[in-house]
Ligand binder design. Structure first.
Ligand SMILES: Nc1ncnc2c1ncn2[C@@H]1O[C@H](COP(=O)(O)OP(=O)(O)OP(=O)(O)O)[C@@H](O)[C@H]1O
Ligand SMILES: [Mg+2]
Length: 279
């Protein structure tokens, strides 16, 4: 049995830290699980800027069957967050973002939060001139887009649920991305599993494909892509190189059995072999 602080934001933060970026984690935690999560973040060396709530943080149980290589995942519902807890979080978030160079907003919203929560947080960052990266699903994503995040990273399922139909690669995907850009984010980088990334930005459009389809654990590969795209944004890395980085890193994340980690040797090996093409 392996126990580990998780959640998409934590996965992104672990990768950013491994790449040498000073990273803090915020969010809402509580109860015994919340305490364990905080101590695991300390062990990882991540700055803990979490807000304490009265509810218990949720756990996700993944059961991996070595015989069939199937994984079953049991998600608890998150704790319900009260309006005062949410307001306290926003107040702390403002102070935190004032010191930040970028903000990544990742994952589902716990029960009790307004569905436009991501739009509210993106607005805070926007007013402080801090760029934002949004990685969410369903209504949280749809409403979050109205806050105009700097970049949004849907996977294929999230893009399909956004447009309400199935999308074939590549033409339909580009139409889906166009719809998402219209809804509020100038830059959309869609991730398509082993097919890699499709980016549509004000500077141009590209596809980036990994050199091989990696057999491994794809959970958290998108989080690795988000981490790389965020660092590339901060460094102003030219898009072709930025996307190659994100593809190599996320493919290297598939090599690892846990989310929030990547195989450094595989990353170096994949990087020069990523195929980037302007569209
Ligand atoms: N089997 C694979 N082989 C090589 N690269 C992969 C594979 N699966 C994913 N990737 C890389 O990881 C990126 C993100 O994958 P995916 O689209 O599955 O993200 P996701 O569904 O958002 O993942 P998660 O939300 O679990 O982090 C892809 O764009 C690709 O670069
Ligand atoms: Mg994802």
């Amino acid at each position: 049995v392996v126990w580990r602080a998780g959640g998409k934001g934590v996965n992104v933060a672990r990768i950013l830290l491994a790449l040498g970026a000073e990273t803090a984690v915020t969010g809402l935690v509580g109860g015994v699980t919340g305490g364990m999560l905080r101590s695991d973040l300390r062990t990882a060396g991540l700055a803990d800027k979490l807000e304490e709530i009265t509810g218990d943080s949720r756990r996700t149980l993944s059961v991996f069957d070595e015989g069939t290589a199937h994984t079953a995942i049991f998600n608890e519902p998150g704790p319900t967050v009260g309006p005062r807890e949410w307001q306290r979080f926003i107040d702390r978030f403002i102070d935190l973002v004032a010191e930040a160079h970028a903000v990544v907003l990742s994952g589902s919203l716990p029960p009790g939060l307004p569905v436009n929560s991501y739009a509210v947080l993106i607005d805070v960052a926007c007013k402080l001139g801090v760029p934002t990266v949004l990685d969410a699903d369903g209504e949280a994503l749809r409403q979050g887009l109205s806050g105009h995040p700097t970049l949004v990273k849907p996977n294929l399922v999230e893009l399909e649920s956004f447009v309400g139909r199935s999308l074939r690669f590549p033409n339909d995907v580009v139409e889906g991305i166009a719809a998402m850009r219209k809804a509020g984010s100038e830059t959309v980088v869609a991730s398509l599993g082993p097919e890699g990334l499709v980016a549509v930005t004000p500077e141009g459009s590209w596809t980036a494909k990994p050199p091989e389809s990696v057999v491994g654990n794809p959970t958290g590969a998108g989080d690795a892509a988000v981490a790389a795209l965020t660092l590339g944004m901060l460094a102003g890395t030219p898009w072709p190189q930025r996307l190659a980085d994100a593809v190599a890193l996320s493919a290297a994340a598939v090599c690892m059995p846990v989310a929030g980690a990547f195989d450094a040797a595989a990353y170096r090996r994949f990087l020069p072999a990523v195929h980037v093409e302007a569209r």
